[in-house]
Write a protein that binds this ligand. Structure first.
Ligand code: HEM
Length: 172
């Protein structure tokens, strides 16, 4: 069972630590953005983007997956390193185009705040209320992080994890 602090696996290349007060997860692979390709947009006038002529009326797909893994912007982009965002002043609302989980501009996601709030709430509840284990003695570095291409990016293999309710509350 996962106790207050448990180092499940630590080696030269991968590390997985779980602490209720300071959750730190480091795996080999970075998770993909929710939508690898943002919904298509159409250019309303001729323009040039990064040297490419874009005629009016072109259908454009923004590859958020590739942008999120560009080594010119991100150090070790393949590594799951959430702490890279601590003290970062990347603005999801405006013109910091290196991180586009909600798109950008006039047609960006109107529920950005709702989405972030729900994610934080759900993850906080899951970590607060349960201890988590992998099944059959599986080690974290054996989790298959392969992705499946789709409108959103699901895992190729479902993640199996066993929750144990840990709060000292008697359910009736
Ligand atoms: C973490 C959760 C969410 C993520 C990552 C997300 C991401 C996105 C993205 C990438 C777009 C396309 C932006 C673009 O075209 O540039 C979008 C559009 C949109 N999202 Fe979300 N979204 C989330 C949650 C929600 C929720 C909870 C709602 C509704 C309650 C919502 C409503 C919409 C709508 C209506 C649009 C279309 C906006 C338009 O075309 O003008 N989203 N979202």
């Amino acid at each position: 069972m996962v106790d207050t602090m448990m180092t499940i696996m630590q080696s030269g290349e991968a590390e997985f630590k779980f602490d209720r007060r300071d959750v730190k997860v480091v795996l080999l692979a970075a998770p993909p953005p929710p939508s690898p390709l943002l919904p298509p947009h159409e250019s309303i006038e001729d323009c040039i983007v990064d040297g490419f002529d874009i005629p009016k009326g072109s259908r454009l797909y923004v590859n958020a997956w590739a942008i999120g893994r560009d080594p010119k912007t991100w150090s070790e982009p393949e590594k799951f390193m959430p702490e890279r965002f601590v003290d970062s002043n990347i603005d999801l609302h405006r013109h910091d185009f290196q991180l586009l989980p909600f798109g950008s501009g006039r047609r960006s996601c109107p529920a950005l705040q709702l989405g972030l709030t729900i994610m934080r709430l759900v993850i906080a509840q899951l970590v607060h209320c349960f201890d988590w284990e992998l099944p059959n003695g599986m080690m974290p570095n054996h989790i298959d992080m392969t992705e499946k291409f789709d409108l959103v990016t699901p895992r190729a293999q479902h993640l199996m994890a066993i929750p144990t309710y840990r709060l000292n509350v008697h359910l009736t």
